[in-house]
Design a protein around this ligand. Structure first.
Ligand code: FAD
Length: 480
């Protein structure tokens, strides 16, 4: 499809930032075109990120549950095995169903979808921008538009000295599509993506070692929470080499021989692996967009600079999602997409409260966090009270689980010492990613720990642990 006539808004990139932005702008009456080069909508998240990884996390969890947990619940299954092609088929089905669903939403909301690579034509301004599109099917088109939103996302950043072939040395793109379970896998980077995909392959039978430069996993997350999670992962037999840096890789043999040494310097050693997953972060993807010529400024790490209303340094050009500052998360990109669409359409100058953006690690148990960490409060000199409630004392966690994975999980609530206002919530435990929504809501509305503690929570549910941790922050819990 090509756009019909001048547009109010052209969105470059059809990921969770771009597609949600395009739909919202169209709902608000703008004439919108979304340009996407991948051939499918949904961006990193739906095609090679959130969705395929969560499908594999769920499938591999079912396998591990059947193998190690069913018997204790009195469920007898024989010959539990893996059919990796079937697992991948399920994952691919979820991806294609959801990406096609967005095409449907575009039609429903009258967003024009152009398959191609978009770039800014130099020299435009406010009322008269142009976007050039090199079409996937060949040829080129130029679209006139009032505004342009850049939502081109991010790509894996890789590591110097390691050549990614997506077979032996892989990024997350390869990590969601292996055709067999590697015997030994090394994951470089103890962040969310490395720990999630490392968990997938460990559950399916790989011996997984995580090599991390720093002396802890999940940098930036509340450290007590990260430490509790680290303990659980070790009990699940995930190996760790912390304070260790990778200095080279030899891929000439069957597998990969990695050279590592202490981060602070010291004696080098080698680790052998069949597959090495490089999960050292992602970088904003801005190449080929014609930014410099159009006057769009980048910061030192290559992110598009915007003000709090997502305006770039070029008039009429906005940017959202992974290409700008802030956590690289799909819901953050979407939140930015929605408020900036309202703004472009002439509504209120809305903003995103980044303190209220949750982050989740979708392992088992899950880790979820919102607001300030304990370290941040200490550093800022804020007086706070802390309430911790372990899942070990939560009846629903005990009825569901037998492996003890939840036993070291907990809900931690941080509240202002004087006003009792909620400042942060951190959870390691089953369904933490769903439970954190309560903390996000409370934080967004400025609730106190007592507000949560005095709110009725159904029994027996995991959410009672949130209530009791809140009770512990302003007084005492009942069950611990
Ligand atoms: P993207 O999703 O990267 O989309 C940008 C799109 O722009 C791409 O489709 C690209 O093809 C297109 N594009 C680029 N340049 C051009 C151009 N010139 N012309 C046309 N199109 C172009 N986040 C979560 O919140 N939860 C999770 O569970 C989660 N899991 C993840 C797991 C993995 C393995 C990975 C890699 C990421 C995960 N993320 C997760 C992060 C999430 O995927 C990103 O934060 C999110 O996709 C960013 O959205 P975006 O719209 O900014 O960019």
């Amino acid at each position: 499809t090509t756009s019909s006539g001048p547009q109010d808004l052209v969105v470059i990139g059809g990921g969770p930032g771009g597609y949600a932005h395009a739909i919202k702008a169209a709902q608000l009456g703008l004439k919108v075109t979304c340009v996407e080069k991948r051939g499918t909508l949904g961006g990193t998240c739906l095609n090679v990120g959130c969705i395929p990884s969560k499908a594999l996390l769920h499938s591999s969890h079912l396998y591990e549950d059947a193998r190690t947990n069913f018997a204790a619940h009195g469920v007898v299954v024989k010959d539990v095995g893996i059919d990796l092609p079937a697992m991948m088929k399920h994952k691919n089905g979820a991806v294609s169903g959801l990406t096609k669903g967005i095409e449907g939403l575009f039609k429903k909301n009258k967003v024009t979808y152009v398959k191609g690579t978009g770039s800014l034509v130099a020299g435009g301004s406010g009322e008269g921008r142009q976007v050039k599109v090199s079409l996937v099917d060949g040829g080129e088109t130029t679209i006139d538009t009032k505004s342009v939103t850049l939502a081109t996302g991010s790509v894996p950043s890789g590591l110097p000295g390691l050549t990614v072939d997506e077979k032996k040395v892989i990024t997350s793109d390869g990590g969601i599509a292996l055709s067999e379970v590697p015997k030994k896998m090394v994951v470089i980077g103890g962040g969310v993506i490395g720990l999630e995909l490392g968990s997938v392959w460990r559950r399916l039978g790989s011996q997984v070692t995580v090599v991390e430069y720093l002396d802890r996993i999940l940098t930036g997350m509340d450290s007590e929470t990260a430490a509790a999670f680290h303990k659980i992962l070790k009990r699940q037999k995930m190996g760790f080499k912390l304070s260790t840096k990778v200095t080279g890789a030899d891929t000439s043999g069957d597998g990969v021989v990695l050279t590592v040494e202490p981060s602070a310097g010291g004696e080098a050693e080698t680790i052998e692996a069949d597959v090495v997953l490089v999960a050292t972060g992602r970088r904003p993807f801005t190449s080929g967009l014609g930014l410099e010529e159009a006057g769009v400024e980048l910061d030192k790490v290559g992110r598009v600079v915007t003000d709090e209303h997502f305006r770039t340094s070029a008039e009429g050009v906005y940017a959202i999602g992974d290409i700008i500052a802030g956590p690289m998360l799909a819901h953050k990109a979407e939140d930015e997409g929605l408020v900036s669409a309202e703004m472009i359409a002439g509504g209120a100058a809305a903003h995103v409260d980044y303190n209220c953006v949750p982050s989740v690690v979708y392992t088992h148990p899950e880790v979820a966090s919102v607001g300030k960490t304990e370290e941040q409060l200490v550093e800022a000199g804020v007086e706070f009270r802390k309430g911790v409630f372990p899942f070990m004392a939560n009846s629903r966690a005990r009825t569901n689980d037998v492996k003890g994975d939840v036993a070291s999980g907990m809900v931690k609530v941080l509240a202002d010492a004087k006003t009792d206002q909620l400042l942060g919530m951190h959870i390691v435990g089953p369904n933490a990613g769903e439970l954190i929504a309560e903390g996000v809501f409370a934080l967004e509305y400025g609730a106190s720990a007592e507000d949560i503690g005095r709110t009725s929570h159904a029994h027996p549910t995991l959410s009672e642990a949130v209530k009791e941790a809140s009770m512990a922050a302003y007084g005492k819990p009942i069950h611990f």
